[in-house]
Design a binder for this molecule. Structure first.
Ligand SMILES: C[S@@+](CC[C@H](N)C(=O)[O-])C[C@H]1O[C@@H](n2cnc3c(N)ncnc32)[C@H](O)[C@@H]1O
Length: 214
């Protein structure tokens, strides 16, 4: 896994700066987010948190496809991203939290479902373990974790060129492919469904996992 060579302050400033046009910039990811939301299949009466909710594309899809959802929360490092999400007037109104996914300021076993798309790849390897540990903590015993992430296999030319861009421009190209299935298993999750798709030729994995009970 490639290192992350930028600080969280740099990440926050970068996402603040691009918040107003991020959704247009990443419009090709809309169908993949929808697929991730459909696989997670949030049910009426459930409580959901999205980590790295950005401008609220995922939160809006979840709210629209889950009538009767009890509560929605979105956490992001960038306040300006959260403001973009607020402008979408999602119903029920999400609870927004500006914070770091590696240290969730939330009670244990508070959520039935967690969702995170194109965000786990932004954390250092050490922090990915922290994020997944926090996911285990805030999920109810039978809760589900939906992760959408860039992966490095198959190691196509697109993957290698993208990784080169990540090395050259660590702030702007901060996402990098990660071995998401291995990371989930190492951190006490049991993968229920996993599918691969492509975004601009880059492999993306859509997973839904549950907590492994020891
Ligand atoms: C690549 S964007 C994905 C946004 C959204 N999930 C989507 O797919 O449209 C990554 C998001 O993660 C947020 N982020 C970056 N580092 C974070 C951290 N340490 N904790 C929480 N959010 C973070 C960024 O501000 C940004 O909104």
């Amino acid at each position: 896994m490639l290192p992350i060579n930028r600080s969280k302050t740099q990440a926050r400033r970068y996402y603040d700066r691009i918040s107003s046009f991020y959704q247009t910039l990443t419009s090709s990811e809309g169908g993949i987010l929808l697929q991730g939301v459909e696989r997670l299949a949030v049910q009426p009466g459930e409580r959901l948190l999205e980590i790295g909710c950005g401008p609220g594309t995922g939160l809006k899809l979840i709210a629209e496809t889950t009538p009767g959802i009890e509560a929605i929360a979105g956490l992001d490092l960038s306040l300006k991203m959260l403001r973009q999400s607020q402008r979408k007037q999602i119903s029920p109104i999400p609870h927004y939290i500006q914070g770091d996914g590696a240290h969730l300021p939330l009670a244990s076993e508070a959520f039935d479902a967690l969702f995170s798309a194109f965000t786990l790849e932004l954390f250092s390897e050490e922090d990915i373990h922290r994020v997944l540990g926090e996911c285990r903590r805030v999920l109810k015993p039978n809760g589900r974790l939906g992760i959408v992430s860039l992966v490095g296999s198959p190691r196509t030319l697109s993957v290698r060129l993208y990784e080169l861009a990540h090395r050259l421009f660590p702030i702007a190209v901060d996402c990098r492919p990660i071995p998401v299935a291995d990371l989930l298993e190492q951190n006490g999750f049991y993968i229920q469904t996993a599918e691969k798709t492509l975004n601009w030729g880059l492999p993306v994995m859509i997973t839904v996992s549950t907590k492994r009970h020891y």
